[in-house]
Write a protein that binds this ligand. Structure first.
Ligand code: V47
Length: 371
């Protein structure tokens, strides 16, 4: 497909009009990467000019023991006695991370396994301990799948569970656990997980409680372009509803996640096939074009590599995540990237792309514009 074939969609995007499901599929089918990048850049520039956001954050994965069996996951261990299984108690977490936490850090990103035995209290205690030890740090914690698991453990509704978590220190929610919403794919990769309706419902309840949340999409495995577009449209519709409802929370950032095929059953079945650079950039671009009501698109450097995250800035991304410090989910699945990037390195990456680095906190308050 050439630029000419995308002309009608290009004109809609230039006019700020919404792209349909069918047009979204056409965008994915196109190999005209430059035109896709131009279209995504139109949307990105309108929203953010040349600002590129990053933050000083640290990932924390309290346990990798998980009751679920998602076939794409290399991080989870099915029980405490499996090789490599770990669980850190709340006080241990506080002490383990102390050497890497300074006053400049603004976010802990906390996700982990659905431990079959620890109970909800453990997860509340993790938040409380971190908030008490590092009260200035924003706690972005627990995916909708984890929240759904807590509801089952406690036999309580999501509104109650989220309120308890907020009282323990929860400030916002990350976007994980979304994978691919379409049931044809979801039942083949993560049948035990909360389904699309439940995942969206939990985010909507979080929004009604004033939380900002993120959303992800795990692509590059058995899904088709139609499934990706279905996923994007579902997120766009939920955001429309929550904005119309006047909730004080909403989705803020979308993060496409490319499948990493090492050390997991799905990867073995797919003969350890990695996504291509073209697919990675196309997915960033189509996400930016379709999710017109999402403020931010993140190029997660751990997943993409710093070099490709930098290129993604020309395909609609306006955020590259943060310093991270310690990362398990992608490194267990074969990522060759570093786990830590210094703030100065992140800024160099952004500047070398001709853009302005903007340090932010989790909810995009500007810490500093590095003009
Ligand atoms: O939900 C698991 C994915 C997610 C693999 O909100 C895999 O700012 C690829 O959600 N290959 C967790 N992906 C990570 C996540 C995230 C990351 C960065 C920023 C934010 C944010 C959220 O990782 C899981 C799953 O979709 N995942 N295994 C794998 N083998």
């Amino acid at each position: 497909m050439s630029r000419h074939d995308l002309k009608d969609i290009y004109e809609k995007v230039a006019e700020g009009e919404r792209v349909t499901f069918e047009e979204g599929v056409r965008l994915f089918e196109s190999n005209d990467l430059i035109t896709l990048g131009e279209m995504a850049s139109l949307v990105r520039k309108r929203k953010h000019g040349d600002y590129v956001y990053f933050n000083k954050n640290r990932h924390i994965n309290p346990t990798n023991v998980c009751a679920f069996h998602c076939n794409f996951c290399s991080f989870a261990r099915t029980s405490d006695d499996r090789p490599g299984a770990y669980t850190y108690m709340p006080e241990e977490i506080v002490e383990r991370i102390r050497p890497t936490v300074d006053e400049g850090i603004t976010e802990f990103h906390i996700v982990g396994g659905l431990h079959p035995k620890l109970g909800f209290q453990y997860y509340l205690d993790v938040l409380r301990a971190l908030k008490e030890a590092y009260p200035w740090v924003h706690l972005k914690a627990f995916t909708a799948v984890e929240i759904d698991f807590f509801c089952q453990l406690e036999n309580k509704d999501a509104h109650t569970i989220l309120t308890e978590l907020i009282n323990a220190g929860l400030d916002s929610m990350p976007g994980g656990g979304a994978e691919i919403f379409h049931p044809e794919v979801r039942r083949r990769i993560c049948p035990e997980k909360a389904d699309m309706e439940r995942w969206l419902e939990i985010h909507s309840i979080a929004h009604s409680l004033g939380l900002r949340t993120n959303a992800t999409m795990l692509y590059g495995h058995i899904e088709k372009y139609e499934h990706r577009v279905h996923h994007l449209v579902a997120l766009r519709e939920q955001q429309d509803k929550d904005l119309a409802a006047g909730y004080s929370g909403s989705f803020q950032t979308f993060i496409p996640l490319s499948f990493h095929p090492m050390e997991n059953g799905l990867g073995r079945r797919l003969k350890r096939r990695w996504t291509s650079g073209v697919d990675d950039m196309k997915t960033i671009a189509v996400s930016r074009i379709m999710l017109d009501n999402f403020p931010h698109i993140k190029a997660y450097w751990v997943m993409l590599t710093p070099a490709m995250a930098q290129i993604a800035l020309e395909f609609g991304a306006n955020d590259i995540d943060g310093t991270i410090v310690e990362e398990h989910i992608y490194h267990d699945a074969g990522a060759q990237t570093k786990e830590h990037m210094r703030r100065s390195e992140l800024m160099r990456l952004i500047r070398a792309a001709g853009r302005t680095p903007v340090e932010r906190d989790t909810v995009y308050n500007v810490v500093k514009v590095h003009a």
